[in-house]
Write a protein that binds this ligand. Structure first.
Ligand SMILES: [Zn+2]
Length: 360
């Protein structure tokens, strides 16, 4: 075949390339979704802790794009639009409701650009509204409006699927799912959060909530945020036993305990037992090995939609990917101590250094 013909065929096959969807990918193996963008942008100095609204979308969109690229480089299979907390209620709280539409569009455009460039899945995102109140009927209408408009913008942008996340109320998660089904045609991943109490705020167990979501048509159900790997684990086992659909687990990378099972409940003994959330959590961060081990164990359990939420850095995502036997681009730089100045085992390392090791 002539060179020109080969080139022509290449172009044609590229044009016909269709990204396998989320459900196909899950049928074939684990899917890694990096989350926790808001926390990472706060650490990088582009977002204010407290309201946690990603105003970085208008201030420094290039930083958001780079963050997405960093997570893909580290092994994320998904580029999720940074529309977490870019809803009507949060923007009202910070007095920027007029920026609702442009901020959502910017977030979706950035994520789409990165997803298409890197052949990752392009996900939309809706989240806890903070106004849902089962005692107030009017609140449900306001919540439904928030979900409907954000799902609509995500669908317009051509997302591959939509994530609904971080709900404390099981019923609010159900409303989010209903909005995805009503206002889009894409798969729904619905994850919620369990605080100190082992149940949602209305008293549903995690397993029961997942069953309700599965029955209401969710494609993937599970937990995200608030709990670290240790205290999310027992709930995941119950969820995996309770549902037939795919299960998601995206813990925070913090060492939560039986006594303090959520990252909001952690107190720091080195600081008069002050509450560590949100900007004093550094001493509790999980090591890469802990995250890698969590991913491996969760996959063995049958949990295939895996990620890390608030507090995750690209190093955690790489560890998660490697725990699943993957070798993302960033693995080129995974630690290799063989050439370390003191701890190295390589023959080029001088004895004058290695013999001093015990005194380091
Ligand atoms: Zn989170």
């Amino acid at each position: 075949m002539s060179a020109a013909k080969t080139a022509k065929r290449k172009v044609k096959s590229k044009a016909a390339y269709k990204e396998p969807g989320l459900l196909k990918r899950l049928a074939a193996g684990p899917v890694i979704c990096a989350e926790g963008y808001v926390f990472e942008l706060e650490r990088r100095g582009y977002l204010q802790a407290g309201a946690f609204v990603p105003t970085v979308l208008t201030d420094h969109p290039e930083v958001v794009e780079q963050l997405h690229m960093d997570f893909v480089h580290a092994g994320s299979d998904v580029t999720q639009a940074l529309t977490y907390y870019v809803h009507r209620e949060k923007l009202r709280v910070i007095g920027r409701e007029k920026d609702l539409v442009p901020m959502n569009r910017i977030a979706l455009n950035i994520a789409k650009k990165v997803a298409r460039k890197t052949h990752t899945l392009f996900a939309g995102d809706i989240c806890n509204t903070n106004i849902y109140d089962p005692a107030d009927r009017k609140s449900s209408a306001a919540v439904e409006r928030i979900f409907a408009e954000q799902v609509g913008w995500a669908a317009d942008a051509g997302v591959d699927y939509i994530v609904a996340e971080t709900f404390s109320w099981g019923a609010e998660a159900v409303l989010a799912l209903q909005a995805i089904k009503k206002h889009s045609k894409v798969p729904a991943v619905v994850t919620f959060s369990i605080h100190r109490e082992e149940q949602t705020r209305e008293g549903w167990t995690a397993a029961e909530t997942c069953k309700r979501l599965e029955e209401a048509g969710a494609d993937v159900v599970g937990l995200n945020c608030h709990r670290g790997p240790q205290t999310m684990w027992p709930l995941l086992q119950q969820i995996r036993d309770a549902v037939k659909c795919e299960v998601a687990a995206l813990p925070v990378p913090y060492r939560t305990t039986t006594e303090q099972p959520s990252f909001m409940s952690l107190t720091d003994p080195c600081c008069d037992n002050a509450r560590a959330f949100p900007v004093g959590l550094d001493p509790f961060v999980c090591t890469r090995a802990e995250i890698g081990e969590f991913g491996r164990k969760a996959f063995e359990l049958g949990v295939k939609y895996l990620g890390v939420c608030c507090g995750a850095g690209p190093h955690h995502i790489r560890a998660l990917a490697e725990g699943l036997g993957r070798h993302p681009e960033a693995s080129k730089y995974t630690a290799d101590m063989s050439k370390h100045a003191f701890f190295g085992t390589d023959s080029k390392i001088k004895a004058v250094q290695t013999e001093y090791r015990a005194k380091l």
